[in-house]
Design a protein around this ligand. Structure first.
Ligand SMILES: *Cc1c(COP(=O)(O)O)cnc(C)c1O
Length: 392
């Protein structure tokens, strides 16, 4: 490969299957999102950065670590969903702002404080408890979570008045809401925005003027066109990893699932391939067995539907995807044992995008990404450029 892997998990020469993660692409995507949003980002790194590796992504984005100074274009902070995720970041030396967007239970607050996590709070008793946990002079920051229609987390937009007393005692650093379909329906986004504004109006005199408002996820950022995100921050996740909006925003692919050809055979007309004999050779065909299956995040729904890149050529998946292996028709392309197939991502000039493969698999791009490192190691690259994995 032209770019040498950083933090190599293992020697790729001997790997049967692995996920190439292009950290240069993550940086590029963050820059595109920052430019489009027009405000600093909370980079969402929950679920191990959607499967690609939270620590590596935070480092690549210039978030401060014990041994790494904060870069000028680093995100304002990173977003996570559980304290275990925060602990992983802190254990690795991450000293940046970490925002936990998911509601925490009251008994988790001391741990959140110990991990210097900014929790999302929305109950008066928790706001008071959180304030009492911290130092009197410099109370620990938190963000007020307002539900404007997602109906998942936060205080209802029309029920914020009872929080006024608690907010006056311990004012939040930020206040946010979350859109359910910003990129699909401007009307729904506008309804949610109106509700957010209503709630903020009720709290106007108790929220500090510097309180950081934020609402936009990736879809929200895209929904603004070139107008930029309102408020002080935006919280993209999926777009950082080019799982959605790759064309709209000019994003670069991050995750590249590779696996080697570990067997090759010729089948005759009428013979079948894989479990259930769901594929029958229409004529003489050459079949390659690839060392990745649904236990590696290559979804079973790609049976008789997926395509993989081998030496720059698209080859169809034939028969069912099995747990550890998948078979493809390579009649059209010369290949040999040990050659590398690209099941997702770029090989030479062709790219199988997350959106495309997720579409073929009948899952959301989010689900496809988070499943990719179930078993295979991630191999991190400072930049992959347009590397062809098959020709070192
Ligand atoms: C996951 C999440 C995001 C990021 O959403 P994407 O659609 O991946 O951009 C932003 N905010 C909150 C509260 C989230 O839970």
């Amino acid at each position: 490969m032209s770019a040498s892997p950083i933090y190599p998990t293992r020697d790729v020469d001997f790997a049967r299957a692995w996920l190439d993660v292009d950290l240069g692409a993550v940086r590029h995507n963050a820059q595109r999102l920052r430019a489009r949003a027009g405000v600093p980002l909370v980079a969402m790194v929950k679920a191990n950065s959607y499967g690609v590796g939270a620590v590596a992504v935070c480092r690549a984005l210039g978030v401060p670590f014990d041994d790494q100074a904060e870069e000028p274009d680093a995100p304002w902070g990173v977003g996570i969903a559980s304290l275990d995720e925060a602990e992983q970041l802190r254990d690795s030396g991450c000293t940046g702002r970490v925002l936990c967007l998911q509601p925490l239970l009251a008994n988790e607050l001391p741990r959140a404080l110990a991990l210097a996590v900014r929790p999302a709070l929305h109950r008066a008793d928790e706001i008071l408890a959180w304030g009492a946990l911290g130092e009197r002079e410099t109370p620990a920051p938190y963000h007020l979570s307002i539900d404007t229609g997602m109906a998942r987390a936060g205080v209802r937009w029309d029920s914020v008045a009872p929080l006024r007393d608690a907010l006056m005692v311990h004012p939040p650093e930020g206040v946010f809401t979350h859109f359910h379909s910003a990129d699909e329906s401007l009307a729904s986004r506008n309804v949610q925005e109106r509700r957010f504004a209503e709630a903020l109006a009720v709290l106007a005199d108790v929220l500090p003027p510097e309180c950081l408002r934020h609402s936009d996820n990736s879809g929200g950022i895209v929904s603004r066109g070139t107008a930029g995100s309102p408020g002080a921050l935006a919280r993209p996740g999926i777009a950082l990893y080019a799982g959605l909006f790759a064309d709209e925003l000019g994003l670069a692919p991050v995750a590249h699932l590779r696996a080697r050809i570990i067997d090759l055979r010729d089948v005759h007309a009428g013979e079948t391939v894989s479990y259930g004999a769901t594929w029958e050779a229409p004529g003489p065909r050459r079949i390659a067995t690839i060392a990745a299956g649904y236990a590696d995040g290559y979804r079973r729904h790609l049976s008789n539907a997926g395509v993989v890149l081998i030496n720059g050529t698209r080859c169809p998946v034939v028969g069912r995807v099995t747990m550890d292996m998948v078979m493809v028709d390579v009649s059209a392309v010369p290949c040999a044992l040990g050659d590398v197939a690209t099941l997702l991502g770029r090989d030479g000039r062709d790219t199988l995008t997350v959106e495309m493969v997720a579409g073929l698999a009948g899952v959301s791009p989010y689900e496809l990404l988070v499943g990719l490192t179930l078993r295979v190691p991630a191999v991190y690259h400072a930049s992959l450029g347009s590397t062809n994995p098959s020709s070192p």
